[in-house]
Structure formats: C-alpha cells, structure tokens
Design a protein around this ligand. Structure first.
Ligand SMILES: Cc1ncc(COP(=O)(O)O)c(C=O)c1O
Length: 382
C-alpha cells in the first residue's frame, strides 16, 4: 500500500540528491577532519565548504556558524550560553515554544538566577508585540528575547523583522528558533539583526541528527560540550561530516527552489483547507490560518465524536501520516501544551497536516475521500 506523508513539520524525507551526495562522500571520505594528513584535510574541506554555503545562504560570516546535533542542541546552547557567558538575567519567551526551549528554561530557572517571563499570546498563538515592547522597555537587567519564528504545532509565525527592530531599539539580545522556517523563508542576518538562530537539517529534506546555530559575531560565548578543539573550540567531538555536508546541500536546494516550493505547498494546503470546509461539518482551523501562517502547515480541528478520537490511528491504517494533539483539560492525560495555551477546546481533536514539495493534489483528494468515510460529512453533500 502506498503511504502518504503529510507530516513534514515533524520531519521531511531526505531528497534523493542529498542521499546521493552523502553516500558518495561516505564512500570516498573517511578521514578525521582534525587529522593533518591528506584524508583529514579533505574531510576538513568538506566541513568548511558546508559552513561557507550555509553562511552565504543566510547572510552570515563563516565564523558565525557552528554545527550541532540538531535544533534541540542549538536552542539549549543559546539559552545556556546567554546566561552563563553574556550575563543575561532575564529571558522573555512565549508559553508555546518547543519543549527544547521551555524545558531548558525550566531547568535553568532552578539552577541559575535567571528570571523567565512570558509574553502574552492570543487564541491564534500570535505574540502580542505591544506586550513584548512593554516587557523589553522595562528598565530591567540584561535581557534575551527567545521567540520561535514559526510554531511547529499550529504554524503561526512572528514578524522576525519587527521583533528584531524592537530588540535592537531596546538593546536586548534576540534569539529565534527558526527550525520550522529555515529553508522555507528567506532569512538574512545581515539585514535583520538577530543574535542567535537555530536550524535542523531534517526539516528541509536533509539528514537527521545534524543542525546548526548562528551566533552573531559580537556575542562571545563558550562551549557547552567540552573536549577537543572542533568547531573552533565551540563544540567538541569528531564532526558529523556527512550530515553537515548533506545539510548544506539540502539548504542550498531549498533556497534554490524557494518560490516553486512555496507555490506548490501553499496550493496543497489551501486546497485541503477549502475541501475540508466544503465537505465536513463544523471544521475549524488552529493558529493564524488566514494571517501569518507557515505555508506548509494546516492544523484542522474536528468536532468531538467517537470517530474523531481515533482519527489519527484510522488515517495511519489507511496509509496517511499526520500528527495529532488535543488540549488537555483533566491533566490526567498529557495533552499539547500549545493547544492548551491557546485555549483550544479540549473536546475537539486537532490534526496537523504538513506538506512538502513531494506531495500532490491527488494525495489530498485521497485524504478527503478517506475522511468522508470517517468524519461527519455535511448534510448537503452526504
Ligand atoms: C520549532 C522546533 N524547534 C526545535 C525542534 C527540535 O529540533 P531537533 O529535532 O532537530 O532537535 C523542532 C523539531 O521538532 C521544532 O519543530
């Protein structure tokens, strides 16, 4: 049975070109980049070429890009380094950030004297810029603002430029978790002043277990993983050269096809959205679905019914991958913190469909046809 993959916000399939590129390197280059012989030097060149590519794609200098094991490590590193090395005493964030930010902040509040404050968000997951401005205008101690560019569960985005301007004006550090948007939206740190960014290759058709952090050159921080002198003493451990090279290739391909990917993916998202409304009873959408939303993500909220409880499982059985969540009211079952914070109705079932350049309209049609057998169809069309 052919499987249909509508879970591209969770991870994306690696593109064939990246697989080819990585396998060629795996066969031909096994040297340790820290070795001084030819094999080592060649491996080092692969890493530095990748760094240059990534730096160029986001308008950074090569000295501002450091490779990590993914988005989680990059976000951990920003938050920990900002407090430990830059003297940050206050972090302003939102309650709907990824757990790799929220759980890190929880731990840091217990272990350090940093104070965490939450900016208001509305029912669509939109950050209140007025509240953010009020918070950063306070004559407080050294502050870092950490806000994700796009929420992974509901697709709501922040205005990176506006937040950056605000942070520059008030002289506070700005970190953005750009794991969902890297490779999908142009990001240029030369034009938009940002202190830190986090990226993960597996979200843009690259390999898993590799990512990067952008650290603006003015911010002098120390490593959180100690050992050898890799990554210019910023992250110890023999580099994942194939992952790093594959990530750079994937990012280059993504930015090379930005408009085509956006048009295709947005088309599928909007098509599914219209079909949902046309055929099914009482459909809602989570997040800022008509405003600032990621073009690859559509989170559909289905009315409560015995069938909708099992929706995700039923979709999986018929060959369709998506992600689900619900706001948890009882506290007994661990629901989605994002849906809970945007005060989504805990009785409704949310399914996130997220698309990529590899999806087709026929796949969306297949999904709709299958949903008609599981979800309450509108009377007029039944
Ligand atoms: C917004 C966001 N931040 C961070 C992460 C973590 O990235 P990784 O899985 O590469 O550690 C994810 C991945 O799900 C994400 O969507």
């Amino acid at each position: 049975m052919k499987r249909i993959y509508f879970d591209n916000a969770a991870t994306t399939p690696i593109s064939e070109e990246v697989i080819e590129f990585m396998s060629d390197l795996m066969r031909s280059h096994y040297g340790n980049p820290s070795s001084i012989h030819k094999e080592g030097r060649e491996a080092r060149t692969i890493i530095e070429t990748a760094r240059k590519k990534i730096a160029n794609l986001i308008g950074a200098s090569i000295g501002e890009i450091f490779f990590t094991s993914g988005g989680t490590e990059a976000n951990n590193m920003v938050l920990q380094c900002a407090v430990r090395d830059l003297g940050v005493k206050r972090i302003i964030t939102s309650s709907i950030e990824h757990h790799c930010v929220l759980h890190t902040l929880d731990a840091m509040e217990k272990e350090t004297n940093v104070k965490v404050e939450f900016v208001d968000i509305d029912g669509k997951g939109k950050v209140s810029l007025a509240h953010l401005e009020a918070l950063i205008s306070e004559d407080a101690e050294k502050t870092l603002v950490s806000l994700m560019h796009c929420n992974n569960e509901i697709g709501t985005m922040i205005d990176l430029e506006k937040v950056s301007e605000m942070c520059v004006e008030h002289n506070v550090y700005f970190h953005s978790d750009t794991v969902q948007t890297m490779g999908y939206y142009p990001i240029n740190v030369d034009e938009t002043k940002i202190s830190f960014l986090a990226g993960a290759a597996h979200k843009f058709h690259g390999p898993k277990g590799v990512g990067f952090i952008y650290i603006n050159g003015e911010n002098l921080v120390k490593p959180i993983i100690n050992g050898g002198s890799q990554e210019r003493n910023m992250r110890a451990g023999t580099e994942n050269i194939y992952g790093i090279a594959g990530m750079a290739k994937a990012l280059e391909m993504s930015y090379g096809n930005l408009e085509t990917t956006r048009e295709h993916t947005l088309g599928l998202r909007n098509y599914l959205k219209n079909q949902m409304v046309e055929y099914f009873e009482d459909i809602q959408f989570n997040g800022d679905h008509e405003g600032d939303f990621h073009f690859k993500t559509l989170t559909v909220s289905f009315p409560s019914s015995p069938k909708s409880e099992m929706l995700l499982l039923n979709l999986d059985i018929i060959g369709i991958c998506a992600s689900g969540g619900s706001a948890c009211s009882s506290g007994a079952e661990k629901g989605s913190h994002v849906l809970e914070k945007i005060q989504a109705d805990p009785d409704r079932k949310s399914i996130r469909f997220s698309f990529s350049k590899y999806n087709t309209k026929e796949e969306v049609d297949f999904l709709i046809e299958k949903l008609k057998t599981i979800v309450q169809v509108k009377e007029a069309v039944s």
